[in-house]
Design a binder for this molecule. Structure first.
Ligand code: GLV
Ligand code: MN
Ligand code: MN
Ligand code: MN
Length: 394
């Protein structure tokens, strides 16, 4: 099943994945999910927000144990971030059936749509809509880099965008959600193959618009320039320095330049900041300092700076009793926090939620070089099966 998914949306030039919400690779991933569900005799269901569900038992019964993750990717992402959780969910169900497990509760496998936010700039759109932390109006206002509105993209892919919105009934029928995910740093590297998550750092995305003045690169005197690239570059350096001092993280990983000509001073540089910290006070203070640095430098450069917060996810502390139960079932595995966002972090506000991490030997993620050893992935499947058996079979 892993082998069928591997070529989908893979770029021949980079070897990375380009599975973005509602594009053709995303459609292929969705078709794969539906096939996996039907091949196992599970009840396949598409929810109002475009998330896919595969049910063993009655979806309406309540108290369901749900596992799963996402199949979309960041630009040139790796094979594991997301798909490992979905594939492991189907494999864990196969293992439980092979064990002859008798299920006392409904079990579901879910593929949440648009987890990475690569296309519309907001991460976890499928789970945010379901949990009601992103409103339909906010979602309708989102556009991709080509100006395509989210509802139009959905419609073109054959989905009904008019139905999106909070799905309280569905969440009310879930007793526990467990997401398995590849670990994305080196925090398990020298430890055990599987760990349990304690928390997700608060994190967000901020767009900085640096407005300058387009002019000739060969004739405009240095003192006459209003060059937004200069302000942007200084802001990137300030972000790095201030994050280091705060023990936090700040990354400008995406930039758009207008008019984007080699021989023209830019009129506009738009840079997206991703920032994360262990606690919200540190994160708020850090983004405030980066903002101040940008405005101060902008004044010197004659560049007007505008700041827009595009998304924000508060700190997530996973359900204590569920986390402890998983750690006990797995025999005292490491319990660790993460700086990466997940659908589990969104669901945690509404449903008892936990996460399992599978070791990442290099810590590389959001890159074609992302890797996990087969033996560790298999240990992850067994751990997930053990956890699901504990939760769903008694
Ligand atoms: C998603 O993987 C994120 O943490 O950005
Ligand atoms: Mn990711
Ligand atoms: Mn992920
Ligand atoms: Mn993620």
């Amino acid at each position: 099943m892993w082998a069928e998914l591997l070529p989908v949306g893979r770029s021949a030039s980079s070897g990375g994945y380009r599975r973005f919400a509602w594009n053709s690779a995303d459609a292929e991933c969705r078709a794969w999910f539906e096939e996996q569900a039907r091949a196992r005799g599970l009840t396949y269901e598409l929810d109002r927000n475009g998330n896919q569900w595969a049910w063993l038992g009655d979806p309406q019964a309540g108290g369901a144990v749900v596992t799963g993750s996402h199949l979309d990717s960041v630009p040139d992402g790796g094979a594991f971030d997301g798909p490992l959780g979905v594939v492991s969910s189907f494999a864990a169900l196969d293992e439980l059936r092979a064990r002859g497990a008798e299920f006392a509760k409904p079990l579901a496998i879910v593929n949440f749509g648009d987890e990475e936010g690569a296309r519309f700039g907001v991460a976890c759109i499928g789970s945010r809509l379901t949990a009601g932390v992103l409103s339909p109006e906010q979602a309708y206002g989102l556009r991709d880099a080509d100006g395509v509105r989210l509802p139009d993209a959905m419609e073109r892919a054959g989905y009904d965008p008019t139905a999106i919105g909070a799905d309280t009934d569905r969440l009310g029928r879930i007793g526990a959600f467990v997401e398995l995910h590849v670990e994305q740093g080196r925090y398990l590297a020298e430890d055990r193959p599987v760990g349990v998550a304690s928390a997700i750092w608060p994190h967000g995305r901020w767009r900085f618009d640096f407005h300058g003045e387009a002019n000739h690169a060969g004739t405009t005197r240095i003192e006459d320039r209003r060059d937004p690239m200069l302000t942007f570059a200084n802001t990137v350096l300030a972000a790095r320095k201030k994050a280091g001092l705060a023990g936090a993280l700040a990354t400008f990983g995406k930039v758009a330049v207008e008019p984007n000509g080699t021989n023209a001073i830019a009129s506009l540089v738009r840079g997206w900041l991703d920032s994360r910290a262990a606690d919200e006070a540190t994160l708020t203070a850090l983004v405030g300092e980066i903002e101040r640095a940008a405005f101060e430098r902008g004044e010197r450069d004659g560049v007007r700076v505008e700041l827009t917060r595009e998304s924000y996810t508060p700190v997530v502390d996973f359900d204590g009793p569920l986390r402890d139960r998983l750690a006990k079932v797995l025999g005292g595995v490491p319990v660790l926090p993460t700086g990466a966002g997940h659908d589990a972090g969104i669901l945690a506000s509404a449903v008892p939620t936990a996460m399992l991490f599978v070791r990442n030997p290099s810590g590389v993620s959001h890159s074609p070089a992302e890797h996990a050893e087969v033996a560790d992935c298999l240990a992850g499947v067994t751990a997930l099966a053990d956890v699901l058996e504990d939760l769903a079979c008694q």
